[in-house]
Write a protein of this length. Structure first.
Length: 287
């Protein structure tokens, strides 16, 4: 079979990080036989519309478009394209489905259900908000154990994170730093997490462990993924009074809008606080 231009481009961008991604397979099926520069915005809009007609969820279609947009953006950055065909005008919309937020007891149940050498991954997802590829790529040198700071720098296998926002340092409590340090002492390697073979843990091995572990956790949705631990992290911060800018910084979102779009419903709405604010003005005038 002839290798498509998009496939060759993915090879250059660390094919190992993409090859099992269902979004990429769908993108390659639609556009794989075309040169990068031949893809038009109208074709992308039509592709997204067909996926919706197939009954695929709005969030899935949005994720496929986002992945295609990332690929095209990387091509522009490398000088292979003058302009990306993806834009807000081609985007199908994110959908309104709210993410499932695990309870604290479910998070600890997952932790207990994971293989011992992988348990630290659950902590990094639920209490530092790292994505699956970042967890698997995290090197021992990226963690300041004494100061309690995680410095995300690469994603699996060793691909540098693309944006400065993604590289934002994450402060962690001493209790978590101690557990991370124990991981290094027990299983020594260049990366913080390793598989049963002692080599760097892959995202697919971690997601496989998640699928097995979630079956042992009461009331956890069947489709619960490692990425959903980030939702718990966000809810934990919000429940403890953190404002949108703090949550944005800890999740390393590019904008506060992204944070509000996903988690805005988690912030408490107090009718009395707004009533009091307005009433204070009337009271001052009366006095």
């Amino acid at each position: 079979m002839r290798t498509s231009e998009i496939e060759r481009w993915l090879d250059q961008q660390s094919r190992a990080a993409y090859r099992l991604c269902r979004h990429i397979r769908r993108i390659n099926k639609e556009f794989g036989g075309m040169p990068l520069g031949a893809v038009r915005p109208s074709q992308i809009r039509a592709w997204c519309a067909r996926m919706r007609e197939e009954g695929l969820s709005a969030s899935y279609v949005y994720a496929c478009h986002r992945r295609l947009s990332q690929i095209m953006g990387d091509a522009v950055h490398d000088g292979l394209l003058a302009k990306s065909p993806c834009s807000r005008r081609t985007s199908p919309g994110q959908g309104t489905q709210r993410p499932y937020v695990a309870t604290t007891s479910q998070v600890w149940a997952l932790y207990d259900a994971f293989p011992e050498r992988m348990r630290t991954a659950v902590l990094l997802g639920a209490f530092a908000g790292l994505r699956v590829s970042e967890v698997c790529g995290l090197r021992v040198s990226d963690v300041d154990f004494l100061r309690g700071i995680v410095h995300p720098a690469v994603q699996y296998p060793s691909v540098e994170l693309k944006t400065e926002v993604s590289k934002t340092s994450i402060p962690v409590p001493r209790s978590l730093a101690t557990l991370l340090s124990a991981q290094v002492v027990t299983w020594r390697a260049e990366t913080l997490l390793t598989g049963e073979d002692g080599e760097q843990l892959s995202p697919w091995a971690l997601e496989r462990a998640m699928r097995k572990a979630r079956e042992q956790v009461k009331d956890l949705p069947t489709g619960f993924r490692f990425h959903d631990l980030r939702h718990y992290f966000a809810s934990l911060l919000i429940a403890n009074g953190c404002d949108v800018k703090v949550v944005q910084a800890r999740l390393r979102h590019a904008s506060a809008k992204t944070t509000l779009d996903v988690y805005g419903h988690l912030w408490p709405v107090s009718d009395e606080s707004t009533r009091s604010a307005v009433d204070a003005v009337f009271t001052a005038r009366t006095e």
